[in-house]
Design a protein around this ligand. Structure first.
Ligand code: C2E
Ligand code: MG
Ligand code: MG
Ligand code: MG
Length: 282
């Protein structure tokens, strides 16, 4: 009997794994046509100064709507794009279009801010990355000071000496780097000081329970203090409540991103949002 149960369970897991594999294949084959069929768009989530609540940045977040699969979450399609190598052309598309949008906003007279674009570890390891970034900035005529590139902590720590070399090149081009989802991977703190990094993005998992969980409070406080000591800025992700905002502000976190202020917005919504929050000074 036990044996039979075991076999059933085995079958059950096999079927589940198979279903996941089939779904992954569907996503990858659909994703192959996403670019040419104009199914990808970029949303922009504003980032705020913790000190005075002004918008000082925005993060570009990719969105994919497929005619039959519907809206697919980046949590699902980004890993699929990474496995299949599609992240390289898709990542280049995101960078180009985000940079082009930023150029258009500056041309419209929008108060300048810094636009953050996520980089996949796969893109980051691509030898052509720094040249590609420089070429896009030149072609779209955006000064490098308006661009920030986000790399996850695990991506940066995968091969730290290689990461140092790439960050040095991006730094020479005048592009800022931020470490995304900071605190959940194993950071070698000795490497952190060698990275040409401007900002640490405190992972949302620590922010979520910040009001109730003393351990999360301790971790966040320690990250902010360490960043200070290293001369880095901090931004908290996933801030949804006034209590979270208050804690972060009191403990010296520099910037805030999260639903408390705004969800990611379409480019059009973002333009209107900026006008409402920061009425033109002139
Ligand atoms: P991430 O870079 O850490 O982006 C932050 C995620 O948190 C976004 O999810 C954003 O919508 C969400 N978020 C922001 N504020 C809040 C909040 O207050 N509460 C909650 N619960 N969530 C909040 P999204 O857009 O689904 O993206 C998920 C991940 O997909 C991103 O995490 C990033 O790793 C990846 N991703 C998105 N766009 C790109 C892209 O263009 N390139 C690459 N390589 N990765 C991307
Ligand atoms: Mg990010
Ligand atoms: Mg993040
Ligand atoms: Mg994340």
């Amino acid at each position: 009997r036990a044996k039979q149960n075991g076999r059933n369970r085995y079958c059950f897991f096999t079927a589940e794994i198979e279903a996941l594999a089939v779904r992954r294949m569907q996503v990858v084959s659909a994703l192959r046509h996403a670019l040419e069929q104009h199914q990808l768009t970029i949303h922009y989530q504003p980032q705020f100064s913790a000190r005075d609540g002004r918008i000082i940045g925005a993060e570009a977040l990719l969105r994919w709507h497929h005619p039959s699969l519907g809206q697919v979450s980046p949590e699902e399609f980004i890993p699929a794009a990474e496995d299949s190598g599609l992240i390289v052309p898709i990542g280049e598309w995101v960078l180009r279009h985000a940079v082009r949008q930023m150029r258009a906003w500056l041309d419209e007279g929008m108060t300048p801010f810094v636009l953050a674009v996520n980089l996949s570890t796969v893109q980051f390891r691509h030898p052509n990355l720094p040249a590609m970034v420089a070429a896009i900035l030149a072609e779209e005529q955006l000064p490098a000071q308006y661009l920030e590139l986000e790399l996850t902590e695990s991506g940066a720590m995968h091969d730290p000496p290689a990461a140092i070399a790439v960050m040095d090149q991006l730094h020479e081009h005048g592009v800022r780097m931020a470490i995304d989802d900071f605190g959940i991977a194993y950071s070698s703190l000795s490497y952190l000081k060698k990275f040409k990094v401007y900002k640490l993005k405190i992972d949302q998992s620590f922010v979520r329970d910040i009001s109730a969980d003393p351990e999360d409070r301790a971790i966040v406080t320690a990250i902010i203090a360490m960043a200070r000591g290293l001369g880095l800025r901090t931004i908290a992700e996933g801030v949804e409540t006034q209590a979270q905002l208050d804690f972060l502000r009191e403990h010296g976190c520099d910037e805030i991103q999260g639903y408390y202020y705004s969800k990611p917005l379409t480019a059009e919504q973002f333009g209107r949002f900026v006008q409402e929050v920061e009425p033109c000074a002139a």
